[in-house]
Design a binder for this molecule. Structure first.
Ligand SMILES: C[S@@+](CC[C@H](N)C(=O)[O-])C[C@H]1O[C@@H](n2cnc3c(N)ncnc32)[C@H](O)[C@@H]1O
Ligand code: SF4
Ligand code: SF4
Length: 335
């Protein structure tokens, strides 16, 4: 299978900081460690100029918590003036009325993390007392400014049975997307929280019920691809419906808070450093072909008839399992 690599990625995950006012136990951000040499405003502007010149269409500002940066709105203003289609991931706890007014100038939609419909439980999972109330206030402020809101639930054994309740408690006009992302192991000690086969099947059932019952969600999504062979044959058609094929390395890449380019936010494979090289040179350097040739997946995937549709699951999910010396007993991993 060959995928034509475009002259620029369609979509960039641009992480503005690794700092955050919450300490979610599951956060992949901690995997790269924190750094005190994050990109300055001028460096970010120069990178945005390069992305504009090469033809990048869409940028998602991510983190850490992007709103922690004092110059966040200067960055947003500059990116907006260049004409990018802008998106934002935020925990929403720092979005008061004024911030929502500013956000509305640049972002048509914001993706907000919610972990439970129970305030105490949400606060425990984020390590921040009062978080749930602040998130709810942040969402209300955004909706008042006609900014659409997307909810993302990082899903693990503690909360996978709550998806329907979370969707129900937040369903309202303007809350247009409900996303469920399977927990990617950020710490080997947390492996009991990973979703197994049965839990994943229940998640698919919940997605179906949510899509049927709450029509204010224009989309219900499972953005992290799940390998088809992880579930028994009867669930493959369901997975085919919900699967979002991974675009790693040709449609998307990530810029880290210190200017390192990696194939996606969950991969720590360094493709280049924007403090040493231009984005165009990095994007055109050797090392990316494996993604367009689709040989970054396992040998079993390369030989599998489902590869075109399944695309072998999520690279970051696999890297995390490998680091913890875990190999699921599925076709994908058979030699
Ligand atoms: C790293 S956060 C940064 C933006 C912002 N602070 C927030 O929480 O939305 C971006 C998204 O990644 C998700 N996430 C973080 N760690 C994850 C993990 N280990 N597995 C799956 N999703 C994860 C969060 O739930 C959040 O929706
Ligand atoms: S709020 Fe976002 S960046 Fe902060 S710890 Fe939680 S998932 Fe990570
Ligand atoms: S072997 Fe690979 S491509 Fe085939 S179903 Fe499993 S993960 Fe998907």
């Amino acid at each position: 299978m060959i995928i034509q690599r475009p002259s620029a990625p369609f979509y960039i995950q641009f992480e503005l900081t690794s700092s955050c006012n919450q300490s979610c136990f599951f956060c992949y951000n901690e995997m790269g460690g924190r750094s005190n040499s994050e990109l300055s405003l001028n460096e970010i502007k120069s990178i945005l100029d390069q992305l504009h010149a090469i033809g990048v269409y869409s940028i998602n500002f991510n983190g850490g918590e992007p709103l922690i940066r004092k110059d966040f709105f200067e960055i947003a203003h500059y990116a907006h003036s260049l004409g990018f289609d802008l998106h934002l991931n935020s925990n929403a706890t720092l979005i008061g009325e004024n911030e929502a007014i500013e956000i509305a100038k640049y972002f048509p939609s914001v993706c907000v993390s919610v972990l439970s419909s129970n305030p105490e439980k949400h606060d425990k999972l984020t390590g921040y007392v009062g978080s749930y109330n602040r998130v709810s206030r942040g969402i209300d402020n955004l909706l008042k400014q006609n900014v659409k809101v997307e909810i993302n639930v990082c899903t693990f054994t503690d909360n996978y049975r709550e998806l329907y309740e979370i969707a129900k408690s937040f369903a309202s006009e303007g809350l247009h997307v409900f996303c469920v992302t399977r927990y990617i192991l950020n710490n080997p000690k947390e492996q009991s929280r990973l979703l197994g086969q049965q839990e994943t099947i229940e998640v698919l059932d919940s997605l179906e019920r949510i899509a049927n019952d709450f029509k204010t969600y224009k989309e219900v999504k499972l953005p992290g691809p799940v390998p088809y062979c992880e579930l028994s044959a009867e669930y493959v058609e369901k997975l085919r419906y919900w699967n979002t094929p991974c675009q790693v390395g040709y449609g998307v890449c990530r810029i880290s808070p210190i200017g390192v380019v990696t194939p996606c936010p969950l991969s720590d494979e360094v493709m280049g450093d924007l403090r040493e090289n231009s984005f165009e040179n990095i994007w055109n350097s050797d090392g990316w072909e494996k993604f367009s040739n689709c040989i970054h997946v396992t040998k079993a995937c390369i030989e599998c008839e489902e590869l075109n549709s399944c695309r072998g699951g999520c690279l970051g999910y696999d890297d995390a399992l490998k680091k913890a010396c875990l190999t699921p007993d599925t076709r994908k991993w058979r030699k």
